[in-house]
Design a protein around this ligand. Sequence first.
Ligand SMILES: Nc1ncnc2c1ncn2[C@@H]1O[C@H](COP(=O)(O)OP(=O)(O)OP(=O)(O)O)[C@@H](O)[C@H]1O
Length: 408
Amino acid sequence: MGKGAVTGTGTGADADTATGTARATARTTAAATATATDTATPPAVTSRSAGARAGIRFDEVTVAYGGTVVLDTFDLTVEPGEVMALLGPSGSGKTTALRAVAGFVRPASGRVWLGDRDVTDLPPHRRGVGMVVQQYALFPHMRVADNVAFGLKAQKVPRGEIAGRVAEALEMTGMSAYAQRYPRALSGGQQQRVAIARALAIRPDVLLLDEPLSALDAQLRSGMLAELARLHRELPDVSILYVTHDQVEALTLADRIAVMDRARLQDVGTPQRLYREPRCAFTASFVGSANLLPVTGGPGSTVLFGDVPLEIAGGAQAAGPGLSDGHTATLCVRPHLVSLDGPGAPQGPNTLRGTVTGLQWRGATHRVTADVGGHEVTAEVRELRTPPALGDEVTLSFAAEDGVLIHG
Ligand SMILES: Nc1ncnc2c1ncn2[C@@H]1O[C@H](COP(=O)(O)OP(=O)(O)OP(=O)(O)O)[C@@H](O)[C@H]1O
């Protein structure tokens, strides 16, 4: 880097996928059907509950496998017609929560409600839910139309009504032209549309989606995300619980996000609230990427990061009482809100000097990490013409209103 040459500002493109891995195994199949490979299983077909729109309520639900608690006193309400994303790392209990709603796992304690019905003791086929899992789980020996009709037949919908309902569901998912094909003659994205059509055909009150896009490539996934958003606009009464470990999916689709970690609900709120005002470090780093700086109370309205005073909106009081007595808090600053300059940049407020320890070119952006007094601080800035090199000195800065204090 030419000294002083590097200058970048925030990009607004802070949407990294945080930790979490794609599932390696297929899940139990849809509540609306038996498994694709187990046709002897009695069809777990749901029937739409009569009347009102149904939300979902977990009331202190605990699930344990062999003495290990994998969902711990889980409390969450999904309002009727709301899209709630369950976001969390692998093994945090997301799928277990979904399966408790579908009726595939029985809570050790607590109750599950769909609307005003306590469904905890009901079998899956009497809950009124449709479920789509990541591996589609279509019946390979059935044509698309028969796959979609399967749940309706098992639900004993009158024969004369079935063709119309199948056509409607295929139309909704853009699959009308493929009604007579077998699943093996469909792409992954098309198979997932059929799985969604099958779940919708039973006109569920509640749609459970378990990483429905994770088997698709990035481009298809983004198209399907838009499709799911459109479907929800067409079916505004259907409540959706959407399991994902992909924050982009959650931020794009959800009205609210429930963040899970180690079997527990960590936070719940609108995507904007979780992103802009995270209440815990876990949420801050899982919903978007974050610089998390340990700070103590400083003079006046500042906090101290090491011995560097930092201005934050609301001052040190924003962290509550005690910070000035030497207690620590965490200051969250999003990388795309950090500006990057060369070492000769003027020392304004909230300016940190550091040495570059990491550099990633991401096409439209550069992500530059610097060591600042033993802590890593990352700036994500618009692509630089002359990026710094490892070991270069840089200046990082951010606006007072872009720092959010997190207690504890
Ligand atoms: N049938 C089972 N028997 C024993 N343990 C299980 C069973 N199903 C899940 N678990 C365990 O429960 C925990 C939570 O699993 P769950 O599938 O709910 O997590 P998840 O958040 O959906 O993870 P992922 O994103 O990897 O799918 C994990 O530790 C998992 O190993």
